[in-house]
Design a protein around this ligand. Structure first.
Ligand code: TXA
Ligand code: MG
Length: 326
């Protein structure tokens, strides 16, 4: 299905106007957010959203996140419990997605929910995402702008590598500052918040703002509550060995903090100073780069990452990259 000329739109008023002219015609335009690049289409247009699934090769049962410019617009789409309203107030705009029952008059194409009664909504903070959403003045459905099963894109080049010829364009905003996908928060029937995917907002920050957040979410491949949880979702071609002290002979090295005495020729350090924000921002580009250097037969040994703050989301993505493949 490589039948399109994919345009790189510049970070300018002209670029935004050109991107919008495609979106208004039901086209597909990737755009930067502070987390990762999203593949956008008019969320009210069933056919345009169906095209996202085709371009990504995304299974039809996996719902997409709808992006809007501000919390007021978000609350018009979903019915948030008390904790959700608080989360929206504290963390929007930002790297947080809220999942709640869709409102009857939302106007969102049902395909975005893939059969669920709930809808996932996010208000991104990125300057270009904000400019695009305001100028479009409507909701944009946008999963990460990668082929299904691949690592999320954190540069416009990554989007081009995977989707060139399949989409109308990408608005180039340079690298994404957070580099990990948004945290996804759902709510139990009693209104208690439940972490569905760790991401750019840490559990510690959520709990400080909201009180208890259930985070015992079980990864269940047969009935995932956020299907991004399918265990081998973020899969590079190379094999990944976690919590390594040092690379064994022939292994590539993905470091965090000071490197061990002997590292391989093929090595990248996510953050030599051991900064989790820096490591998060570098993670997906590093996995892509090591994968390109190594090919399918290689092994990437990964330094231990502390399970605190953004470290939880980093470890979550790394363990999926290390999970057995089908
Ligand atoms: O940072 C992000 O979240 C990026 C940017 C572009 O916003 N988007 C992103 O989308 O990561 P995607 O489609 O790659 O991951 C969204 C996840 C999927 O695992 C999907 O299953 C889950 O959100 N999801 C979407 N709607 C849902 C719903 N109604 N209930 C539960 N999970 C949902
Ligand atoms: Mg994705």
């Amino acid at each position: 299905m490589k039948d399109r000329n994919t345009i790189r739109f510049s970070d300018s008023d002209r670029g935004i106007r050109a991107a919008i002219s495609f979106l208004q015609k039901g086209g597909l335009v990737a755009f930067p957010t502070e987390t990762v690049y999203g593949l956008g289409a008019d969320a009210r247009d069933e056919r345009a959203v169906a095209d996202i699934y085709r371009a990504k090769g995304r299974p039809a049962h996996n719902p997409v996140i709808v992006h809007v410019a501000d919390a007021t617009a978000g609350q018009r789409l979903i019915d948030l419990p008390e904790a959700g309203l608080k989360a929206a107030e504290v963390f929007w705009p930002g790297p947080l997605t809220l999942v709640a029952p869709v409102r009857e008059n939302s106007g969102i194409a049902p395909i975005c929910r893939a059969g669920a009664e709930t809808l996932a909504v996010r208000v991104p903070e990125h300057r270009l995402a904000q400019a695009l959403l305001k100028a479009f003045s409507g909701p944009l459905a946008a999963p990460s702008a990668n082929r299904s099963g691949q690592v999320s894109p954190t540069h416009a080049d990554h989007v081009m590598e995977e989707l060139s010829g399949r989409i109308d364009g990408v608005l180039d905003g340079g690298p994404c500052a957070v580099g990990l996908e948004s945290t996804i928060l759902g709510f139990d029937a009693d209104g208690t918040a439940r972490l569905l995917r760790p991401g750019g907002v840490s559990l510690e920050d959520l709990e400080r703002a909201l009180g208890t957040v259930h985070s015992d979410t079980i990864i269940d491949d047969t009935a995932p509550s956020a299907p991004g949880q399918l265990s081998s979702h973020y899969a590079p071609g190379a094999r990944v060995r976690l919590n390594a002290d040092a690379p064994s002979l022939g292994e590539a090295w993905l470091g965090f903090g000071p490197d061990p005495d002997r590292v391989s020729a093929i090595s990248i350090n996510l953050s030599p100073s051991g900064n989790l924000e820096e490591a998060g921002a570098n993670l997906f580009a590093a996995l892509r780069q090591l994968d390109e250097w190594l090919g399918e037969s290689g092994v990437i040994a990964v330094a231990p990452i502390p399970e605190i703050g953004l470290g939880c989301a980093i470890n979550d993505r790394l363990s999926r990259a290390a999970a057995p493949r089908d």
